[in-house]
Write a protein that binds this ligand. Sequence first.
Ligand SMILES: *[C@@H]1O[C@H](CO)[C@@H](O)[C@H](O)[C@H]1NC(C)=O
Length: 434
Amino acid sequence: MAAPIGRRSSYASQVLRPRGSRIVVAIFFGILLGCILAALYPRGLFYSGSHFQSRRLSKSNLQIGSTSCESTEIVNILKLHIQDFSNTNEELKKQIKDLKEKLQAVEQTNSQAEQQVVGVGEPQKVGPFGTVKGIRTNPTIIPNESVNPRLAKILEKVTIKNELIVSLANSKVKPMLEVWVSSIKKLGIHNYLVVALDDGIVDFCKENRVQFYTRDPDEDIDSVGKTGGNHEVSGLKFIILKEFLQMGYSVLLSDVDIVYIQNPFEHIYRDSDVESMSDGHDSMTAYGYTDVFDDPAMGWARYVHTMRIWVYNSGFFYLRPTLAAIELLDRVADRLSHEPYAWDQAVFNEELFFPSYPGYIGLHVSKRTMDRYLFMNSKVLFKEVRKDDDLKKLKPVIVHVNYNPDKLLRMKAVVVFYINGKQDAFDLFPDGSD
Ligand SMILES: *[C@@H]1O[C@H](CO)[C@@H](O)[C@H](O)[C@H]1NC(C)=O
């Protein structure tokens, strides 16, 4: 209470002073107030239209009108007002900050990627040089069995440690499926499932006691499966696999032109969203290298380094049930449904490898290239391995006859060579096609 009384008494004495000095003081005061306001509200007093601001201001004006002319007191009072204004400013800043945080929170819940960042995002310590490691292995999703309860029941029985081999087949590939199944059975692998796309395959699976799954008849994509050629079926697999992952299972997708020689689950790293075999034919093309582009017209800057890697094979890859892996399937399936002439393997690789750039958000997916001798494509086998006495002694995990047209014959030759041990099994085949 002391201060207001003090002010009032000095107001009384002020009335007795000569008029001139009062006017000078008033002008000085006005200018000073103007400067303060300009500093505190550079965008104008009524810019935001805030009730809060104008209320505080009118109160201040009243108080200023009743102050004394004594210079020390003016300074003190001004200090008080400045304090008052900056308090107001702090409060406003705090309110704006709160609003910004709320807005950000709303934006984050709209974005799966942001949610994932929140999920992973404990602040991390950084170790000394040579020891720093980024996050490789994304968290798995929360399994949701109601995505496909019928499939969920099958998977409960078939999977081991939440993982399995999945292959799609229609009657066109039945002879290859026979070789595929028998090589898997010989290894004692039980966690595999055939997605039967027509009745011929359903019958085959029943006769051979192979676990199978059929799509619901009202699924519109089924027409693709029944009548489709190789590429159309390839597109279908991305749609179907999504459900496996959504229900929390890891999937080793396998084409049928593959012979199993060892159990692949003993050779999977499980540290990446996507682990895939490569179409590369040597260590450079499979694992990546720098290729130098030459533009002589540029003189001093004629050499440009480029990053190169041969595509991943979309006929044999392992996916963990993570958001990134599911997003990959989602993106590929979506593009294939809109680009009827796109090749699924090209789309698969573009989504995997192209980074974000203006106007495009790339997939943030972790990937691992499988060992090219363990997960062997038929170019490596026929151009290199079968001609090299040391490499011939290697025992691959699988051989994928992806590079050659006479697939069934070569699959059988792979069985004869690696499983029956006949060293001349490949002798009649050319490296490529005739
Ligand atoms: C689970 O899947 C069903 C069917 O797709 C969906 O309606 C539901 O929202 C999902 N639940 C969760 C928790 O994701």
